[in-house]
Design a protein around this ligand. Sequence first.
Ligand SMILES: Cc1cc2nc3c(=O)[nH]c(=O)nc-3n(C[C@H](O)[C@H](O)[C@H](O)COP(=O)(O)OP(=O)(O)OC[C@H]3O[C@@H](n4cnc5c(N)ncnc54)[C@H](O)[C@@H]3O)c2cc1C
Length: 403
Amino acid sequence: MDSTRASDDTRPVPTPRRPIVMHEFRFDPVRLPESAPALRAEVRAFIAAQIAEGRFDPRVNSWNSRDPEFSRACGGAGYIGMCWPKQYGGHERSALERYVVIEEMLAGGAPVGAHWVADRQSGNQILRHGSERARQLILPRITAGECFFSIGMSEPDSGSDLAAVRTRAKQVDGGWSVSGTKVWTSGAHHAHYLIALVRTAPLEEDRHAGLTQFIVDTSRPGFSTRPIYNLYGGHDFNEVIFDDYFVEDDMVLGGVGAGWRMVTGELAFERSGPDRFMSTFQLLLESLRQVGAEPDDRAAVEIGRLVAHLATLRRMSTSIAGQLDRGANPAVEAALVKDLGTTFEREVPEVFRRLLPVETTLGRGPGYAENLGLTILRSPSFTLRGGTREILRGMIARGLGLR
Ligand SMILES: Cc1cc2nc3c(=O)[nH]c(=O)nc-3n(C[C@H](O)[C@H](O)[C@H](O)COP(=O)(O)OP(=O)(O)OC[C@H]3O[C@@H](n4cnc5c(N)ncnc54)[C@H](O)[C@@H]3O)c2cc1C
């Protein structure tokens, strides 16, 4: 009862607000290491040499573009698994040195798609939570740029609600037998492995218990893929089918029942990097060239706003790289960077579509009209992949104590 009200007051009593328990957002500034300028120059020279050899056209690429030969060259140059121990083929560099390399790769429009998932997340998970056999078998091949991974999380009817996965594994002699279907599995038709989230115990009250992650060798019997063609006719997605697929006990990641913890840890790596705000960087650069050195007032305002956002996102993202380097798990901060970053990525084609009188094309070869056309078709996916905008905002609200 509200004691400040008279007893005949019929106005509705406001619902008492829950006390807000604020997550402390941390975006401490980070200083890049002293080695950064030399490393940056080295990567730029590497990319320039690849372009000169005709390996790729930077104007049309985003980090999704895949080229196994380019990945092998990156492996040879020491740009994959940079932070992993030397005993597994790594280079024992810091996360911030790795940040410099991937930032340059993305800014240079390099086709890093083949090795991207293995380098960004799967290899880290195997290093931290895999068996010794899995580490020795897989990590050196990833660092050589010869082993590619996919992410086997989403399923029909459980994309956002990952805890509802229905692909199951039952225990058999020496391991597990997996059956079920995954969907939207990017690059599974090229991948050597994928990490699959699977139910290993019945759905109980705690929906997160009973989930396990397995390292799946795609060359084994019982594994198959079916293509799903996307909006612009490309084959990147797949449906993945497990039919009594056998996986050994030592290919369990992090222990039976630890799947939920594994997945949430992995997503912090997946959500905070420059790939979450630089998918349209090439288009931004080309658009600036198209606008020219003397933009009108409207263009100047838009460009200034985009560049300011980009600088802020970069600062937030490097801060998270620093935190991951110190072994922290900044999941809420990573969700914030992904939400803001992918919103930025989507804005770039929208802004320049309005500013420039360009008739977009598709399938007519490299050029500004083609890049703009392709990016407009791709851009809805930026705020879906790796967790939708609504899900991320829910996490952020919970982090702020608002839910
Ligand atoms: C380009 C691309 C690549 C992808 N690659 C992979 C991959 O390699 N591996 C993989 O496992 N998955 C992949 N995905 C799948 C992606 O992770 C899912 O699409 C995403 O998690 C959403 O799941 P869903 O499609 O089932 O949509 P749903 O979960 O059905 O959501 C539909 C809509 O409802 C909203 N919604 C759902 N739940 C809530 C809620 N609780 N509160 C508010 N709103 C909600 C969502 O935000 C969305 O707008 C990829 C997706 C894209 C677009």
